[in-house]
Design a protein around this ligand. Structure first.
Ligand code: B16
Ligand code: MG
Length: 229
């Protein structure tokens, strides 16, 4: 394991909650039903796709022009940016600060693969931006998660091969992206949405270098058994 690639929302910090609040506010305005269960399906996917899903869910897919949709996304993002304004290092999820320190002292390279265009500002506020050697700019990607492009781009920016990377995600679309990138997938959250991960934890406080390293080696042994070695 030469590199660890992190998702942001739901892994490094709980901005997933702020996305939920901002989308719910927009949904209420548009009279679209919106609950935490539905919100799960928006995790990890882009702003544009999230809006489309939400409008479909409310039977309003054809109701808005392109320009109106741009405006709806702007409204959501403005509210979201207000909510994230007060983030501080205290908003790192439990165990993440320790994990970043452990990975740095093991000389593991770190990259960020977040679909959020607000990611650099968030890392800055959390005080960890300098820990990352690479941050993928989601604006340059052709396809979002579950496509592997974002994780493959992160590996390329770090000059490591995908097989040398582990990546941590809290969204089903993210785990699918990691697996199709040919990387070791670490899932944080409920078994229901994380079943495809190679290693699963319920909570970020369980994430340590030792756990990742052991999981990595165990998966390597299984892969060798699968190949009949
Ligand atoms: P923004 P991640 C994702 O971040 C969020 O999970 C998803 O809910 C959001 O729609 C997406 O970023 C885009 O975010 O509107 O800030 O550009 O989980 O990939 O770190
Ligand atoms: Mg996430």
């Amino acid at each position: 394991m030469k590199a660890v690639i992190f998702d942001l929302d739901g892994v490094i910090t709980d901005t997933a909650e702020y996305h939920f609040l901002a989308w719910r506010r927009l949904a209420e305005q548009l009279n679209i039903p919106f609950d935490r269960d539905f919100n799960e399906s928006l995790k990890g996917i882009s702003r544009e796709e999230s809006l489309e899903k939400m409008l479909n869910h409310g039977g309003a897919a054809e109701k808005y022009t392109k320009a109106e949709k741009q405006n709806l996304m702007l409204q959501k993002n403005r509210h979201y940016q207000k909510l994230i304004q007060n983030l501080t290092p205290a908003n790192l999820l439990p165990g993440i600060s320790r994990l970043l320190c452990e990975l740095k002292s093991e000389k593991i390279k770190l990259a960020l693969a977040s679909s959020s265009r607000n990611a650099p500002a968030i890392l800055e506020r959390l005080g960890v931006i300098d820990d990352f050697q690479a941050i993928v700019d989601p604006a340059v990607l052709v396809k979002g998660k579950p496509d592997p492009e974002i994780f493959l781009t992160a590996a390329a920016l770090l000059s490591v091969s995908p097989a040398e990377c582990a990546a941590i995600e809290d969204a089903e679309a993210g785990i699918a992206a990691i697996k199709s990138a040919g990387m070791f997938a670490v899932g944080v959250g409920h078994e229901r949405s994380m079943h495809a991960a190679d290693l699963m934890v319920k909570d970020t406080r369980e994430l340590t270098f030792d756990l990742l390293n052991e999981g990595w080696h165990a998966a390597g042994v299984e892969a060798e058994i699968d190949r009949g070695k």
